[in-house]
Structures are given as structure tokens and as C-alpha cells.
Design a protein around this ligand. Structure first.
Ligand code: KPL
Length: 314
């Protein structure tokens, strides 16, 4: 049986770091750029690895225009606000046996993927792997970890050319420090909490993650976390405040020298994922009649700093 191909959608930081990990693990890999760039000659991406040595990734391919049956593992590590369009673009291009791995900050996209691909296996993953883009070089700054779990497991598994276990084994080699969860929702809400705190605060105050350990910022953490726990509880997801506070402080310490993705987006005038992070909490607050003034204020502040901000995700 041929090795399944790993298809990575996008040339972003996480996508490029993953492409490098897949080729190091010696699996066949293809990385894709968007069709709107089909006439551009895109330079090869360089990765500056954790040990500061550099490697060059193979040329990325344009997403196929015609129905093409991409099979194997299709990893989608793009910005949350790009997911909807990309899933629609992939709609007639994935084999029913392809396994989709969604990997992005924020919430609200899994439901869309389940609607567009009701018959595919879908895995939701979240990571603390990190890096930043310096022109065409991606600088890898944190090995990080991954939490993942199935969100769609169609019944007709016997038609799979590559049994889920073979793909699961590949995923375990590709993703940094993976932990599988039977119920991925608590892990996704935990990452939401981390992002609700670190991303907007570092972007608003234009600081590295580690500065949030200073007393003036430390006092801000708990009320933001308490609001996310309240909406998560209303959604049926139980979280523990003390544990979360510790986890947030742990990420602040372990990524102390890093700049969060939202700080980088704001600093470069790019669109942020705020609708899917604090905006998602605002939306859940409205749905359940729960006041979330801290998250609302962070949402408003980031919208005030960037031009491309829509109303809370819906
Ligand atoms: O996910 C992140 C991000 O920057 O988006 C954290 C974990 C906050 C690390 O910076």
C-alpha cells in the first residue's frame, strides 16, 4: 500500500513548519498556495530551525482548479477567517476518504467543516508550536505541543484505503508532542482561554508574551478567564479556573520571548482572528445572556486598532 500523501494548505508559519516536519519524517508532502497567486512566482520558503540552521522548503503548488481528488491527510493550518472560503474551494477536490486536520486559533470553524464535508473524517487540532515570518523566512521559536481529537468519524470506515490507525500514526510523527482526546472540546476551550488572554493584551500593549507576568498585567488575567469559563459552562464544557490560570501563566512563561500572532498581525497592519477569539466569547455571551464586559472591551480595542474587523463572528 502506497504511503498516503500529506497535503498542507497554505504558506503560513504553522503550515510551513509542519511541511518541514513532514519531510523530516520522510512522508510525501505537498504544500499549496491560493489560486489567486497562480500567476505569481512565489519564492521558496526558508525555515530557520530551532537550532538556527536553515533549510529551504520545496516550491509550493497552486491549489488545483479542476476537481482533483486529494486523498490522504489534508492539513489546513490557516487563519480562522480564511477557513470558510478555503473549505468551499476544497469542496469538490477532496476524496471521500481524505482525512481533514483543522488547525487554527479560535472557534466557530469546526461546524462549517462538518457541514461542507459531512462524509470525511475530521480532526480538530490545536498547537502551541510557534514562529514568525521575516519576509520569506519562517523563524521557528517554540517546538510546542498539540492537542487533537476526532470531530467527525463517518460510519463507513471499511472503505478507507488508509485505515485511520495508519494516518493516526503519521500524525503522531508529524505534529509536535501530540496528545489525543476522546472529547477535544475542553482542550479547544482551554486554548481559547489562552488566546483570549495573551493575544489581545500583547497586541494592545505591543509587548512580548512574557511581559504579561508583570504585576500590572497579571491582575487582568483572572476576570477574562472567568468570563470564558462562564460561556464554556453554558455550552456544556466544564473548565477549572485555578488550573486555567496556571496554564495561561505557564504559556506566558514558556513563550516569554515570543510575540503572539495577534501582536504580529496588529504590528503589520494585518487582519486579526479577534472575531474567532474574544468575539466568539462575546457571541456566546449574547446567546446565553451572560455579561462578558472584559472580552467585549478587548474585542472593541482590537477592532479599534485594525481596519479589517467585522462584527462578532456569526
Ligand atoms: O497561540 C498563540 C498565538 O500567538 O496565537 C499563543 C499560544 C498565545 C502563543 O503566542
Amino acid at each position: 500500500m502506497a504511503q498516503p500523501i500529506v497535503h498542507i494548505i497554505g504558506r503560513g508559519v504553522i503550515g510551513s513548519l509542519l511541511a518541514q516536519r513532514v519531510s523530516t519524517a520522510q512522508y510525501p508532502v505537498r504544500q499549496y498556495h491560493h489560486r489567486r497567486n497562480k500567476h505569481l512566482i512565489l519564492p521558496n520558503i526558508q525555515i530557520q530551525q530551532l537550532d538556527t540552521t536553515c533549510i529551504t522548503l520545496p516550491t509550493t503548488q497552486c491549489l488545483p482548479g479542476q476537481p482533483a481528488q486529494l486523498d490522504g491527510l489534508v492539513i489546513i493550518p490557516i487563519k480562522a477567517y480564511q477557513i470558510y472560503d478555503v473549505l468551499l474551494e476544497l469542496q469538490d477536490k477532496l476524496a471521500p476518504t481524505a482525512t481533514i486536520v483543522l488547525m487554527h486559533n479560535g472557534m466557530g470553524c469546526i461546524e462549517v467543516a462538518q457541514e461542507v464535508f459531512p462524509n470525511n473524517v475530521i480532526i480538530a487540532a490545536t498547537t502551541t508550536m510557534a514562529g514568525f515570518r521575516d519576509n520569506h523566512t519562517i523563524v521557528h521559536t517554540a517546538k510546542g505541543q498539540c492537542q487533537l481529537g476526532y470531530v467527525n468519524q463517518p460510519q463507513h470506515k471499511q472503505q478507507y484505503e488508509h485505515p485511520p490507525l495508519q494516518l493516526q500514526d503519521m500524525i503522531n510523527h508529524i505534529l509536535p508532542d501530540p496528545t489525543w482526546h476522546d472529547d477535544i472540546l475542553p482542550a479547544l476551550y482551554t486554548k481559547l482561554v489562552i488566546n483570549c488572554v495573551i493575544n489581545p493584551l500583547t497586541a494592545i500593549h505591543n509587548i512580548a508574551n512574557g511581559q504579561l507576568a508583570e504585576p500590572e498585567y497579571k491582575v487582568l488575567l483572572e476576570p477574562i478567564i472567568a468570563e470564558v469559563i462562564a460561556v464554556a459552562t453554558a455550552q456544556g464544557v466544564k473548565l477549572n479556573k485555578e488550573q486555567l490560570l496556571e496554564q495561561v501563566q505557564g504559556v506566558i512563561a514558556s513563550t516569554a520571548n515570543n510575540y503572539s500572532s495577534m501582536q504580529q498581525d496588529v504590528a503589520h497592519g494585518r487582519r486579526t482572528e479577534i472575531e474567532h477569539i474574544n468575539g466568539y466569547v462575546v457571541q456566546l455571551g449574547q446567546r446565553h445572556g451572560i455579561a462578558v464586559p472584559e472580552n467585549q472591551a478587548l474585542f472593541d480595542a482590537i477592532c479599534g486598532l485594525t481596519t479589517k474587523c467585522a462584527s462578532p463572528f456569526s
